[in-house]
Each structure stands twice: as C-alpha cells, then as structure tokens.
Design a protein. Sequence first.
Length: 214
Amino acid sequence: MATTDDARLKRDLEEGRIRALPARLGHVKGLRHGYTVYEDVCTGPRTGNFLEPASGPLMACSMSMSAVFGVEGEVTEVLRRIEAAAIVRWKSNVNGPGSAPAGSLDYALEYHRLRGVFPDGLLMPAPYLESENGAVTISWDYPALPGSPPAASQVGGKEAPACPPESPIYSLCHIDPLRPQAVPEIRARYGTVLKVEIRPAIDGGTYLTVPRPR
C-alpha cells in the first residue's frame, strides 16, 4: 500500500511542497545552510489487546523536515528578511502595539529589544515564528533569561544529526549534506543558529491514509 502508484504520486507532490521552503530560506540574506533532515514515515494502526482492539487507519503516511542554518549578522534583521520573503503566511500581530502574540515577528522583536524581561519584571516566554496553519515553526539562539544558563536559550543538539530507526511498514530518511556538522560546530562558525521545522498540517498531518475496512 505504501508503494502503489497512487501513494508514489501523493508522496512526490508532498515532497515537492515540503522541500521548497528550506530551499527558499537558503536565499535569504544572512542564512547559511548547515543541514537538512527529511523524513517520510508510514505507520500502521494502534495496536490493541484483549480488552481493546486495534484502532485507527490501516496505514497513515506523513512527512517532516528540519533544517538548521547559521546566521550571519543580527538575527532580528534576518527574521525581518524571512517575513519579507513571504515564504509562508506567518502569524500576524492582531493584538496591536505592545501585545503581540507568541509566534509573531512583532513578539520576537520585542523579546530581543527587552532581552526577555517584561517592563514589570516578569520573564517573557521564548520567542519563535510560526506559520498561520501551525505547520512551520522557526526557533533560534536568543538571549538567555536572567538567572538561566545560556544553554537554555540555544537551539538544541550536540551530535551530528542521524536518521531514526526504520519503520517496519515504510520509512525514508535523507540528510543533506551526507556528513553534516553538529549544531555546536555551526554555532562556533556563525555565532547564532536558526532551526526550521516543517510538519504539514493537512489532513491531520498525513498525506496518505488508508482507512480501516468497515
């Protein structure tokens, strides 16, 4: 079921969509590609037991991608360029000045301007960018909160990325380049690291679902 002509067609269409965003981000001034991890996994129904039978579709396939970039220059300027590139529709500030919602560029810029502390002394939640449909999120190295260790504000990952164990049904994983640097190496080279995560929200996050027979 995971390798039929219909499955391949849907897989190719979804892969084209999901690979397009990191490619376009690579053209944003100030971003230098570190590595990209692409995963395509098909899973089976949730296993059951004597009291509760197996449930869910016979098979569900989904794709995800994460890409890490080094940042040259001020990260706030790079964030502005990312929004200006209109690669996706990012969350907008519908609350007005001084009350930007998390996930918006306005909030991210406010966080950096205030260095993570509201005027009343309360600590601000971590900044990030999020698309309107929630499928794309961007995180980056930002100033550590007062009293917190610097590592708490860094894009995670100490080792070079590796593919997860293969799914018993179907799985595919690519890492570009084949021998990527680890996040600390990218940070040492550029000073700031930015990470993009893509988990499409269409059809509950799946591009192919085989329903259970009635």
